[in-house]
Design a protein around this ligand. Sequence first.
Ligand SMILES: [Zn+2]
Length: 295
Amino acid sequence: MKYCKKCLQPDTRPNILFDEHGVCYACLYEESKASIDWDARFNELLNIAKNAKAEAKKRGNIYECVIGVSGGKDSTFQAVYAKEKLGLRPLFINCVPDEITQIGQHNIDNLNKLGFDIKELIDGIDGVSEDDMYFYSMPDLDEMKQKGIRAIFLQYYAKEWSQVLNADFSIARGIKGRMDDDLHDIGRFTALDSDLQIANQMIKYLKFGFGFATDEACYDIREGRLGREDALWYVNEYDGLCGEKYIKIACDYLGISKDEFFRVVDGFVNKDLFYKDENGKWKPKFKVGQDFNIN
Ligand SMILES: [Zn+2]
């Protein structure tokens, strides 16, 4: 297990790449931002928006673009950006997660209040069929080209995009966060619309040696809010945790007992990275931020 020399990203993250100096590609991208001509990118985006408007008018469409939204900070930022900065009339598509949280529902309703139209495509799934997976699969590229549909990634064009800016921006426009939670129960304050993700991130930690708090700390390092030492403290304090309340929510959702839940989780723990202590708790063999030899 090797860590990025700049942030705390370990090479156990599937598909991660490091350069020859041991720096991850997310850090390299962040560094490359200083030399990007953002005005040129923004003008490129304005042109795309202009074409979208012209195309919608020609086809008699009410909407000029489609944005996938959860109602959280990033989608609220995208929504308002599309409307206010690009002058677009967007339609939002929201796939309602199973067991949507009250906060998640509030944030989706908030987008409605901000004057946007939302289509809810899936409202809970009983059993999973191929049809249910339809919205998780990419459309055919040739078909998209034929119909003149263009997908864009806003972060590429918007210089101001960051975790903290998107959050402040969206809170100012009415979204709610996990204000009532203890960070020791949830690891980090994002992923608002589903409580199931908290147990999911704990399992990710036990499989790969990093969870929600590492992801957050890496953003903080790259965007200059935390030094590596402070980020280390944060990860050691909060990573891999999931409060009893959220274990229960996951067990109730799955219809299994807590014992059964942990029996299954135990089977997937990476035993090269973790050992069970005398109290039956999984403990890391590695130290966060220090390369670790897996034998
Ligand atoms: Zn990195």
